[in-house]
Design a binder for this molecule. Structure first.
Ligand SMILES: C[S@@+](CC[C@H](N)C(=O)[O-])C[C@H]1O[C@@H](n2cnc3c(N)ncnc32)[C@H](O)[C@@H]1O
Length: 215
């Protein structure tokens, strides 16, 4: 059976992708920033927030979670200050951003994040398919306007659900001026090895299969 596109692109961040980013943040982002206020503007059930806190990297951050669907509210309330809102329709506080936005609205989210970084001098991390950087005739203009400081390639194929086709992804890093080189830096992340019994893996499976069963 063909995989159905989920309501509002509910495709939680796979734990290895979240942990790979956490390890990059640990090595590259100042401790004071890691203890600051962070926003996930498309938070789902909180998979990305949990992964970034798991190895202690952002465990002292204050998290804000914005999510359109109210069904995840109880879970998010345990790890963040939550708002059930359309993120693109509300103001954002001067927080650092970590996001795995709905793919169908990636352009809108990235544009919003780029403006946010420029206005507040914060850090932002955005998950996207690698292909998004290159496809459509818009790509050159988009890249000029939304040039990331770093592209963190994940050299493995992500499968967001049991059935979805796999493809490669990257994290785009938008950084304050001080941490930005003249040109975009490309790096390859190492894949964390996680067993099927890993807490984050079990939770990801539980959340995605529950959703698939209900569909
Ligand atoms: C790809 S999922 C990622 C979830 C989460 N960030 C994670 O890493 O697991 C995108 C999420 O964005 C939510 N969403 C879609 N449009 C939104 C909007 N305009 N404002 C807030 N949340 C939105 C969806 O309900 C979905 O849970």
């Amino acid at each position: 059976m063909a995989d159905q596109r989920r309501d509002l692109d509910f495709y939680p961040t796979p734990p290895d992708s979240g942990l790979a980013l956490a390890r990059w943040i640990q090595a590259n982002v100042p401790e004071a920033t890691r203890r600051g206020v962070w926003l996930d503007p498309a938070a789902g059930y909180g998979a990305l927030i949990e992964a970034l806190g798991y190895e202690g990297v952002l465990e002292r951050a204050t998290w804000l979670a914005y999510e359109l669907q109210s069904q995840f509210r109880d879970q998010l309330d345990r790890i963040a200050t939550t708002r059930t809102v359309d993120s693109l329709a509300v103001d954002w506080p001067a927080a650092h951003v970590a996001a795995n936005p709905p793919f169908g609205m990636l352009d809108e989210f990235v544009a919003r994040i780029v403006d946010h970084v420029a206005a507040h001098g914060v850090w932002a991390f955005v998950l996207t398919r690698l292909q998004w950087l290159d496809d459509r005739p818009l790509s050159v203009e988009r890249y000029r306007r939304c040039r990331p400081a770093n592209i963190l390639r994940m050299p493995w194929r992500n499968r967001f659900t049991g059935r979805s086709p796999s493809c490669t992804h990257c994290w785009l890093v938008y950084a304050p001026r001080l941490f930005r080189a003249e040109r975009t830096q490309t790096e390859w992340l190492e894949r964390p090895v996680l067993s099927a019994e890993h807490e984050l893996v079990r939770r990801h499976h539980e959340m995605t299969s529950t959703y698939e069963d209900a569909a």
